[in-house]
Design a protein around this ligand. Structure first.
Ligand code: AMP
Length: 320
């Protein structure tokens, strides 16, 4: 085991020398820090994918280049620019940090010119992005894996419910043959463009029956945790298989699942485990408001039974 800062060059070099392949499950490691690792061993997914996904603006530029629709947006580096862009694109909108933002952190909702000062005070500085607020009927995500030889597998869609910018629960498979076709086509474009190896997720808004890409994650994704119990091969296993040049496993769903996050407070384990077929995951973390502390997965043969069990579970879970 090597313990140290993830950008410590000496530790990273030691890791690289001891590894056949290096991967990551968090995308905020500086791409530059991984350059020396790449000179010694394989980094999978590729560093270029990490760098694109780290910056909301370059992520959107990649989507646009690949003809994947995104919300109207513009980079922001000054208060005056923010005021101008708000007039051009309209309100409401969301001011976000381009880097290091996740789970609704580093975001400020702007409802009109009167909130500019407050937004600037909260995020200030620059290196921001303004996005038009996109009313949507649903949020979905797709997860897939690509091998170095270019073979790809895709999981069924997950329909995701967020609160305060954080995933609260998801249900899968979300059946819409049309949305699934376009989500797969978009994900395929990104995977091939980046010569990707490993698991990649893209989150979308569903707007008037069409997909608008929100963001991507070059790693296993929270909205895919249901695949641990819900699929023949989980997203975690397929990531490992992909980066180790092993055959990718089946992504077939074993039933209808729901995955609920435990945020800020762990629920009563006994009460939840009384729900038949529920799997309980405790990450063993210290509780903090909004922090992901664990999750549970419910699996049923029919969607209606899954929905009933989900309603029962939701009554036992409090998000803080
Ligand atoms: P993000 O960190 O960009 O994934 O944002 C977290 C959540 O905030 C999303 O899953 C949406 O629920 C919401 N959100 C982010 N950007 C927008 C947007 N442009 N329009 C509407 N909702 C948004």
């Amino acid at each position: 085991m090597i313990v140290g800062d993830w950008e410590d060059p000496q530790k990273l070099e030691e890791l690289a020398r001891r590894s056949d392949v290096v991967t990551f499950d968090w995308e905020n490691i500086a791409g530059d820090a991984l350059a020396p690792v790449e000179a010694i061993t394989r980094v999978r997914p590729p560093r270029a994918a990490l760098e694109v996904a780290q910056d909301r603006l370059s992520e959107k530029a990649l989507f646009l280049r690949l003809k994947i629709p995104v919300t109207p947006h513009a980079p922001i580096d000054s208060k005056a620019q923010l005021q101008r862009v708000m007039r051009e694109l309209g309100t409401p909108g969301i001011l976000k940090t381009r880097r290091l933002g996740y789970d609704g952190k580093g975001q400020f909702v702007l409802r009109g010119a009167h909130s500019v000062d407050a937004a600037w005070h909260a995020l200030g500085g620059g290196n921001l992005i303004y996005e038009k607020f996109q009313p949507f009927s649903r949020e979905i995500s797709i997860i897939g894996a690509r091998s170095a030889a270019g073979r790809m597998v895709f999981y069924p869609l997950s329909s995701n419910t967020h609160g305060d910018g954080v995933l609260r629960y998801g249900i899968a498979p979300y059946s819409s043959a049309r949305l699934e076709r376009s989500a797969r086509a978009y994900l395929k474009r990104v995977l091939n463009e980046l010569a990707y190896v490993g698991v990649l997720a893209i989150e979308f808004f569903v707007v008037a029956g069409r997909l608008i890409a929100n963001e991507m994650a070059p790693r296993v994704h929270n909205s895919g945790h249901w695949t641990i119990e819900g699929c023949v091969t989980s997203q975690f296993e397929n990531h490992m298989r992909a980066i180790c040049d092993l055959p990718l496993g089946s992504t077939r769903a074993l039933g209808h699942t729901a995955m609920v996050n435990f945020l800020g407070k762990m629920p009563d384990r006994g009460a939840l485990l009384a729900i038949d077929g529920l799997a309980f995951h405790d990450y063993g973390k210290q509780a903090r408001p909004g922090r992901k502390l664990g999750h549970c997965t419910i699996i049923r043969q029919h969607a209606r039974e899954r929905d009933q069990a989900l309603r029962r579970a939701l009554k036992l879970i409090e998000w803080r």
